[in-house]
Design a protein around this ligand. Structure first.
Ligand code: CP3
Length: 335
């Protein structure tokens, strides 16, 4: 059993730097592309034998030190009764988004029985994997942004206006989502997930003061509710440099950062937790020499053998060559 990833999460010294990638499952890997010719993404995620194969492919092909469940952040809203479609080259689309307080009541409380498939997937993975398995959920802000906008957005104006104009309804929505997230993650942990990551992919669009007022209390509550489960908790967001000191006040073991902040600066701000990140995913589209130079720039400014997990700052980009990703894993492991 390779437990370097879990050791690094707990800030214990490791011989070999652990590495995994957001969006390592799916995307451009050949086995996944082949399955996608026959099945859509949600069907794959909801069929345990197939979902497990997608999670295992990067372990075998790339040699990464952790697996991530093949799922999507929108599976939780789906379990809560929301009609979500994953539309090619757009992303998650909801035809009837949340517009008013009354719409929040349409969200059905989450029940473990709504994700039987996920529990089965996790059980298959735990018998087959020799690396730790990461469970995950979207964080309440990022989930709320899809539920309110109805589709991916670049400005998140509907979400922000709802938050500013209807603060009580906003809190209701965040509490409803937070309760579901905690239960959803506990289901994953009880089924065998050995670490959990909260993806707050779009929270960096907020002013830091608004983050503190409208989001942080909910994040604190979620992470606290998971403490007794004793698995490492990873708190990931993008464009969150200005919120990093608030992130570091949340009860979690690891903070994931993107490339818009120097990792040395993140290390200065986040002192008593492990860090995960933060190579710009675009670097993987450049040549080998550039990839190695950019990796060296990151590894050179912290002690990468204590409290550090190598990852990109966000998901692997479409069109990334799997051979370069494998080369990158070998390069990290040689350090
Ligand atoms: O990381 C992994 O390899 C595990 C699987 C995973 C998926 N989605 C599968 C997926 C994970 C961890 C996610 C999380 C997710 N989903 C996030 C948070 C991480 C992030 O990227 O910020 C978000 C915001 C979503 C919402 C979502 N789902 C988007 C924006 C899209 C479409 C755009 C895209 O990146 O392809 C999806 C669909 C989706 N989720 C696909 C996959 C493999 C693509 C479906 C396909 O065409 O094959």
């Amino acid at each position: 059993m390779n437990d370097n990833f879990l050791k690094a999460c707990r800030s214990e010294r490791v011989e070999r730097i652990p590495v995994w990638f957001m969006r390592q499952a799916g995307r451009s890997l050949p086995g996944y592309r082949k399955l996608r010719e026959k099945y859509d993404m949600l069907t794959l995620a909801q069929t345990p034998e197939l979902a497990a194969r997608v999670s295992i492919e990067p372990i075998e092909l790339l040699g990464v030190d952790a697996a991530i469940i093949f799922a999507d952040i929108m599976l939780l809203p789906i379990a809560m009764g929301v009609d979500v479609k994953i539309v090619d080259s757009i992303g998650p689309v909801i035809d009837d988004p949340i517009k008013a307080v009354a719409d929040i009541a349409r969200l059905k409380p989450f029940e473990a029985g709504d994700v039987d498939y996920l529990q089965q997937t996790i059980k298959i993975l735990r018998t087959e994997l020799k690396v730790p398995l990461i469970g995950f959920s979207g964080a309440p802000f990022t989930l709320a942004s899809y539920l309110i906008e109805g589709k991916p957005s670049r400005t998140w104006t509907k979400t922000k206006c709802f938050m500013f104009e209807e603060p009580q309804a906003w809190n209701r929505l965040m509490e409803t989502l937070s309760d579901a997230i905690v239960r959803y993650l506990i289901v994953q942990i009880d089924a065998g997930a050995e670490a959990v990551q909260l993806f707050d992919s779009w929270v960096g669009c907020l002013a830091p003061g608004d983050y503190r007022q409208y989001v942080l209390p909910h994040m604190q509550r979620i992470f606290k509710a998971l403490a007794s489960k004793k698995v490492p908790r990873i708190h990931f967001g993008t464009d969150t440099g200005a919120m990093l000191s608030d992130f570091s006040n949340v009860d979690c073991e690891v903070i994931g950062v993107d490339w818009r902040i120097d990792i040395s600066e993140a290390r200065r701000i986040v002192q008593s937790k492990a860090l995960q990140g933060n190579l710009d995913p675009a670097v993987l589209l450049a040549n080998h020499r550039i990839i190695e130079r950019k990796v060296d720039e990151i590894l050179g400014v912290l002690d990468p053998h204590v409290g550090y997990i190598f990852n990109l700052g966000h998901g692997i980009l479409p069109g990334t060559d799997a051979r370069k990703v494998k080369m990158l894993v070998e390069y990290i492991h040689s350090k």
